[in-house]
Design a protein around this ligand. Structure first.
Ligand code: NAD
Ligand code: ZN
Length: 357
């Protein structure tokens, strides 16, 4: 038995207003004449948060379009643009949801690795450490702030750059930054965390390390999405820690069926991670009976509509593409269904599941 020896985030600061410490946090990582680059979710353009970014010298804010989830092409273009303008940079700071944080991780890696980010989609393919990188979430749920991956859509697949060089050097967890997230988005991203917990806690890879984090994250999600009364700042505090703990849980286990199937939707239809997971999880009662029942309660209580019939009218070739992408996520299936997963999740069964979505 070989135990996973995984790299974690270097430094963590948590608390309301901790964003104000960013200047001090970055100071020791600034290299002469090399800027800090802030990749900021375009939602914050002209918003007060943008004015609070501690710019120094030739630092630069790049507002990034996260209308689509990150693509290898977008990462390569950003890295090339920064290399051309500055040679090298002191670091990349990603401010936003999972998309902006993943972009920052990937661009930081591509500042020091040759070729295209598409060459590194997979497990442990990244050759060299990237430049300094920090993640600052403005939405809670993906766990991208703690994970060793950055999920990218490339020319042939949707897959992360999973490596020991991928985790952030620093994360700043300031729940104030999530205060104004739209209700639907907050729910879908929050459910990403909930689904991480269920997939981790019911998976065959589970050990006490992932169970301890997974159970805590799950109970925080339940408090947040099933509790009574209106949304309060304490809900933001809890959901931010749920995201962190959920991410820690899957660090030592894996996600499962909802994620594998959702990757197929994302690749073919551009369905976003959070909503895609919800669309799939909603139909997975056979595999996750208790989790799906509770999920449906959360949907109802928070008055969310899960999109239906999104695969209606797709061609056989399109279904095949999704099946291909989903079945490529071997560790996810193995976690969910055990080593004989290929006998359990046949192409026919998966096709039927896709047709239900
Ligand atoms: P997102 O980053 O894609 O953002 C969703 C929307 O919310 C965007 O329109 C954005 O502008 C907006 N937004 C962000 N913060 C806001 C705020 N405070 N107020 C108002 N609007 C705000 O959403 P997400 O669900 O956080 O991230 C999904 C992405 O994360 C996907 O690309 C997915 O692949 C990735 N992901 C990565 C990991 C990982 O481990 N690296 C894990 C799960 C998901
Ligand atoms: Zn997820």
């Amino acid at each position: 038995m070989k135990f996973r020896n995984f790299k974690m985030v270097g430094y963590v600061v948590y608390g309301r207003g901790s964003f104000n410490q960013l200047d001090e946090i970055l100071k020791p990582h600034r290299k002469e004449k090399k800027p800090m680059i802030f990749l900021v979710d375009h939602f914050f353009e002209k918003k007060p948060l943008a004015a609070r970014i501690p710019l120094q010298g030739n630092d630069k804010i790049l507002f990034v379009d996260v209308y689509d989830e990150p693509k290898t092409k977008q990462v390569d273009k950003l890295a090339a643009q920064l290399k051309e303008e500055f040679g090298s940079v002191s670091g990349l700071i990603g401010i936003g949801g999972g998309s902006a944080m993943d972009l920052a991780k990937a661009v930081a890696l591509m500042m020091n690795n040759p070729g295209s980010s598409a060459d590194y989609q997979g497990w442990d393919l990244v050759k060299f450490p990237g430049v300094y990188k920090s993640g600052i979430p403005t939405l809670s749920g993906t766990g991208a702030e703690v994970s060793r991956t950055t999920v990218l859509t490339g020319p042939t697949r949707k897959l992360g750059m999973n490596s020991d060089f991928t985790p952030f050097d620093q994360i700043v967890l300031d729940p104030e930054l999530t205060a104004n997230a739209p209700v639907n988005q907050r729910f879908f991203t929050g459910m990403d965390c909930y689904i991480h917990c269920i997939e981790s806690l019911t998976g065959t890879f589970l050990n006490e390390f992932s169970r301890s984090y997974g159970e805590k994250a799950l109970s925080l999600c339940e408090e947040v999405f099933l509790g009574s009364g209106p949304w309060t700042p304490q809900h933001d505090d809890k959901l931010m820690m749920a995201s962190y703990a959920g991410g820690m849980s899957i660090a030592y286990s894996q996600v499962g069926i909802a994620h594998a199937v959702s990757y197929g939707l994302g690749y073919l239809l551009g369905t976003k991670h959070g909503v895609g997971n919800c669309i799939v999880f909603d139909k997975l009662e056979t595999y996750y009976p208790e989790g799906v029942r509770e999920f449906k309660k959360m949907v109802e209580k928070n008055r969310i509509e899960i999109p239906q019939h999104i695969t209606k009218g797709l061609t056989d070739a399109q279904f095949d593409t999704m099946i291909q992408v989903a079945l490529g996520m071997k560790p996810l299936w193995e976690n969910a269904l055990g080593p004989n997963w290929e006998q359990i999740m046949t192409r026919e069964k998966l096709r039927a599941l896709y047709e239900e979505l």
